[in-house]
Write a protein that binds this ligand. Structure first.
Ligand code: ADP
Ligand code: MG
Length: 226
């Protein structure tokens, strides 16, 4: 089986004054189709940077990242952007739902470049939102009216709207109460059951220890220590 995404000795350095920070310092990993992998580590260990590298949002300083067997490091930026748009769903730590738009408009946003947002798309989005407890009334209201847990669920549904091969989530249960954290864990397990490949960073033991996770990758100072 081909890996969906692979990192080979990937390094990301940042200049910090006259010092260099090695945010990711020689990480290799390979994630197969349908795997649910959790990336653990304290704050500053390199989780967010590694997710950015795997999703083609951050260019490595050295090493290689391969998507479905092909290196994405040397792709031109517009090709990499196309890959991100069509194959990767991201849920960022700062959720970035646009507060003035309705929840439904936010969720349909990734389809806009293709003229999306058809009645069918809307119906599918409303059904997904409803299955996670976001009623039609809330879906049509401004995103700023949602609670933290609802906003996080809506952000995940938005990341799934193009049926991405790979779903990347950065600390998806941060700041959520137990019930909402369990809701997110269930959603990820359901997506895994449908064959979705998922990598989620977390330092939340409630998520990291959920039954059904295939693997935990442990980071410290930019390196894998698992
Ligand atoms: P985590 O998500 O585990 O908290 P990050 O990937 O955000 O870790 O950061 C890893 C290290 O790289 C930290 O020391 C952080 O300060 C540094 N870093 C991350 N992004 C940048 C950046 N854009 N510029 C400079 N340093 C950065
Ligand atoms: Mg982070």
């Amino acid at each position: 089986m081909t890996a969906v995404v692979e990192a080979l000795e990937v390094v990301k350095r940042y200049a910090d004054g006259d010092r260099t920070v090695r945010a990711v310092d020689g990480v290799s990993l390979s994630v197969e189709e349908g795997e649910l992998v959790v990336l653990r580590g304290t704050s500053g260990s390199g989780k967010t940077t590694l997710l950015g590298l795997l999703g083609g949002m951050i260019a490595p300083s050295s090493g290689d990242v391969r998507f479905e067997g092909e290196s994405i490091v040397l792709l031109r930026e517009h090709h990499r952007a196309e890959l991100r748009r069509t194959k990767v769903g991201f849920v960022f730590q700062e959720l970035a739902l646009i507060p003035e738009m309705s929840v439904l408009e936010n969720v349909l946003l990734p389809l806009v470049p293709d003229g999306g947002g058809s009645a069918d798309d809307e119906q599918r989005a409303l059904t997904s939102l409803a299955s996670l407890g976001i009623t039609r009334e809330k879906a049509l209201a401004r995103a700023s009216r949602l609670s933290g847990g609802e906003r996080q669920r809506a952000a995940i549904i938005r990341a799934l709207v193009r049926e991405p091969k790979l779903l990347l989530l950065d600390e998806p249960t941060a700041h959520l109460d137990l019930e909402n954290a369990i809701g997110i864990a269930k959603l990820l397990l359901a997506e895994k059951a449908r064959g979705r490949t998922i990598i989620a960073s977390t330092h939340d033991p409630r998520l990291a220890e959920v039954e059904g996770i295939d693997r935990t990758i442990e980071m410290r100072d930019g390196r894998r220590i698992d």
